[in-house]
Write a protein that binds this ligand. Structure first.
Ligand SMILES: [Mg+2]
Length: 267
């Protein structure tokens, strides 16, 4: 049976402290050799995904901005399928809300509550670079958001429920990634995108075994949508707090745990 790997990037395939991935390169090469699709499923933008696809030599479809859209190379599947638009050499299936609507909702919440909320859209490229520990080039790619806004919430933890309530009141969803909170469209979550893409893989290959690897709350919908969910250890030594029947908890932190999952379930 064909395996399909859905993977988060930050804190999972990429180290959360410095975005490194060297430790995962041999396992990635083995996956490529076996023709196992490696599908990024991340809060990152199209531009950031394209960067990591290029440096890691990955040609498979990918899910951007927490399920905001799926990008599928036009020559990837052998059949025609329903898609929203074509962009560059991709077919795009969109689920997310518009960035300007998300920004407007955040501004309204800030005005209503006085909360200290700082979105990527409020920061210059240099500020994003400093805050997220990115290079200027990486920060430019990270700011190119279309379906999702990432933001800092500099308030005590007990204010969090009010923030969540306000976001829902405005008609949007909120998730917490490793580093930032994310506001996005109600229909956009990693799980819906994973399910849509899994159907396409099944049409292409017949039966498939899906594996999902993540580290944070925004990965929960993805983990629930795959046959074999797995979490890697976080920098503080803990795992995502989630109860799933066959959840595998890797011993390794970030990319080291990722390698462990790939070796155990695929290689
Ligand atoms: Mg993550």
């Amino acid at each position: 049976m064909n395996a399909v790997l859905f993977t988060d990037l930050d804190g999972t395939l990429l180290s959360l402290s410095d975005y490194s991935y060297d430790v995962a390169l041999p396992a990635l090469a083995a996956l490529k050799e076996r023709g196992v699709p490696v599908v990024f499923c991340t809060a990152k933008t199209l531009s950031e995904n394209e960067y990591y696809r290029a440096v890691l030599g990955i040609k498979d479809p990918f899910i951007v901005e927490n399920g905001g859209a799926i990008f599928i190379p036009q020559d990837y599947f052998s059949f025609e399928f329903t898609h929203g638009k074509e962009q560059g050499h991709y077919y795009v299936i969109e689920f997310g809300a518009r960035y300007d609507e998300l920004r407007a909702a955040l501004n309204a919440i800030r005005a209503e509550t006085g909360f200290k909320i700082t979105g990527f859209g409020d920061m210059t490229v240099a500020e994003v670079a400093k805050d997220a520990n990115l290079s200027i080039e990486q920060a430019m790619r990270a700011k190119a958001k279309v379906y999702n806004e990432s933001f800092r919430f500099d308030e005590p933890k007990d204010k969090e429920p009010i923030l969540f309530e306000k976001v829902h009141e405005k008609g949007f969803s909120i998730t917490h990634g490793g580093r930032y909170y994310n506001i996005h469209g109600r229909n956009a979550d990693k799980g819906r995108a994973v399910k849509t893409l899994t159907k396409l893989f099944k049409r292409e290959y017949g039966a498939v075994m899906t594996i999902g690897v993540g580290d944070s709350k925004n990965d929960i919908p993805m983990l629930k949508a795959v046959d074999q969910p797995a979490v890697v250890r976080r920098l503080d030594g803990t795992w995502l707090d989630i109860q799933l029947e066959n959840l595998y908890k890797a011993e390794g932190v970030g990319p080291e745990g990722w390698v462990e999952v790939v070796e155990k379930f695929i290689l």
